[in-house]
Design a protein around this ligand. Structure first.
Ligand code: PRT
Ligand code: ZN
Length: 283
């Protein structure tokens, strides 16, 4: 049995539950439950505050966990990163009041900075030879400058609207973060085997998210040329259409590779191009 810690409620909760369910792990997550066992896969799920997850994993109370990289680095516990999960994306930034003078990180010298990330910020300032007074506060960091507590803040940003609403502007990015799958070092062989099964499924889901399945009708005399334009998995599948002289071409491309070649595909005579999502992908 592998014990996995995920966030009880909050920004990572739904995606963590979604990932497990998409990986075929069935469990009931009734409201208010703090732990639950899967009925079809050897895992037990603990629902915890995200801040506690690195410690639970490093102490071996949970074997693995899903938590933001920002929390893993801030807590600085001994855990292994197994996979980057691609959700919960945000950045840890330094922001100052929008009209404040700022000419680079040295502008923070001897300033007061409010943050919930004193460890990561302290390391960043030390690396840049900056001495500043850190105010460690656990929430609503963005109001610290307007109430006179600090000259700058260091906090997570995703859309940037909270900064904007509080009259702040982003001046430095310290960390780009996303949810990580972490594991306790030194798992038993039995637990490692379950973890490998789990990461195999996660990898299939993550890879699928980054790719698209594309289908198009192509004139037969253009098949070789169009196939050459496509960066696909192996080689495209070609099937004859009912109409003579035409074929249907199917392939898989990385999402970011599709738009740059669309004009070339059309110029080569491709028609009826369909792009669909892939649910799971195993190479
Ligand atoms: O109760 P618990 O302690 O478990 O949850 P929490 O309230 O501490 O954390 P939660 O649920 O807010 O965030 C969980 C994780 O989501 C974080 O540790 C990050 O890894 C990730 N994440 C992604 C974010 C954001 N985006 C984010 N935007 N965490 C927080 N924010 C906050 C930020 O602190 C700021 O107040 O959102 C505000 C800014 O958002 P924008 O969109 O206005 O820029
Ligand atoms: Zn938290």
């Amino acid at each position: 049995m592998l014990r996995i810690a995920i966030q009880k409620s909050g920004r990572l909760h739904d995606d963590s539950i979604g990932l497990l369910k998409d990986a075929g792990i069935g469990f009931s997550n009734g409201y208010g439950r703090l732990r639950t066992e899967s009925y079809n896969f050897p895992v037990e799920i603990f629902f915890l505050r995200d801040d506690d997850i690195p410690e639970y994993v490093s102490d071996g109370v949970a074997d693995i966990g899903i938590v933001g990289e920002n929390i893993v680095l801030e807590k600085s516990k001994t855990v292994d990163t197994v996979t980057r999960l691609g959700f919960g994306k945000c950045r840890l930034c330094i922001a100052v009041p929008k009209n404040a003078e700022y000419n680079g990180v040295h502008s923070l010298q001897n300033r007061r900075i409010a943050t919930s990330y004193p460890h990561i910020l302290g390391q960043y300032l030390a690396k840049n030879d900056i001495t500043a007074t850190l105010h460690d506060i656990s929430g609503s960091v963005e109001i610290a400058p307007s109430i006179g507590l600090a000259d700058a803040i260091c906090d997570l940003v995703s859309s940037g609207s909270t900064l904007l609403m509080n009259g702040l502007r982003e001046v430095e990015t310290i960390l780009k973060s996303e949810a990580l799958l972490i594991a306790a070092p030194g798992l038993s062989a039995e637990k490692m085997a379950i973890l490998q099964q789990l990461t195999f499924r996660f990898d299939a889901l993550l890879l699928a998210k980054k790719h698209k399945y594309i289908l198009m009708n192509v004139p037969n005399d253009q098949i070789a040329h169009i196939s050459g334009l496509l960066p696909g998995m192996r080689s495209p599948t070609i099937m004859p259409l009912a109409e003579a002289g035409w074929s249907s071409l199917h392939t898989v491309v990385a999402e970011n590779e599709f738009w740059p070649i669309i004009e070339q595909l059309k110029a080569a005579g491709a028609e009826g191009i369909l792009v669909t999502s892939i649910e799971k992908m195993i190479l």
